[in-house]
Design a protein around this ligand. Structure first.
Ligand code: BG6
Ligand code: MG
Length: 215
């Protein structure tokens, strides 16, 4: 394997995923529209505009309201982001990044978020990655494979020698469409991944690479 590409929300940190949820919930409460943690599940891993569509769930608002609601949701998210620190890295992720760096394996991020760089900066992880692909890097969002292919291109790596780490259904689909090896973090949503872990806690890069040797 030459490279590892990581999704951000739900793979490197869960805190930002929680902040996205809390921000949508605040907006919903202010506007008096129904929303819940369960409903939020459908917004995971999808870009900002598609998240709004799923948030609205058929409710019609004007383009001006759309812009205002998106601006407010992002402002609430940024308020919360101020609290984020390296303590918000998910268990196991720091070790895997260190092990990859020591082994000379290239590292990239492929996130649907426009806030990816701000989150990585808060986690003090920006220096690990040769490239951060975000919502600005590719026009077609996940489950289109474009973002992952863009990151792999930047890393000069072959798709068949690259592993994608993802926690969302659309992210795993995007990586599979392109032909990457996939590691799913979670349960049912990542059922199509080549390898699956509930969490990366106590999982070493060595263990993952040995598993891929079996394929
Ligand atoms: C993804 C999150 O990483 O980014 C989604 O999983 C979120 O929940 C999306 O909606 C877009 O984020 P942002 O930061 O561009 O509003
Ligand atoms: Mg994710």
């Amino acid at each position: 394997m030459q490279a590892l590409i990581f999704d951000l929300d739900g793979v490197i940190t869960n805190t930002s995923a929680e902040f996205h949820y809390l921000s949508w919930q605040r907006l919903a409460d202010e506007e008096g529209i129904p929303f819940s943690r369960e409903a939020n599940h459908r917004l995971r891993g999808v870009n900002r505009m598609e998240s709004l569509k799923r948030f609205l769930n058929g409710l019609k608002i004007t383009p001006e309201q759309e812009a205002d609601w998106l601006r407010r949701k992002n402002a609430y998210y940024h308020e919360l982001l101020q609290q984020m620190s390296p303590a918000d890295r998910l268990p196991g992720i720091s070790d895997i990044l260190d092990q990859a760096r020591d082994a000379g394996i290239k590292l990239g991020v492929a996130s649907a978020s426009r806030n990816a760089r701000a989150v990585l900066a808060k986690l003090q992880l920006l220096d690990y990655f040769e490239v951060v692909g975000d919502a600005y890097s590719a026009v077609n969002p996940k489950p289109a494979p474009d973002l992952f292919i863009w990151v792999a291109g930047y890393l000069h790596t072959h798709i068949k020698q690259t592993i994608v780490f993802e926690d969302s259904f659309s992210g795993i689909q995007a990586a599979l469409h392109a032909g990457f090896w996939t590691v799913g973090i979670g349960e049912d949503e990542v059922r199509h991944a080549h390898l699956r872990y509930q969490t990366l806690e106590n999982v070493s890069l060595q263990m993952i690479l040995e598993q891929f040797e079996q394929f």
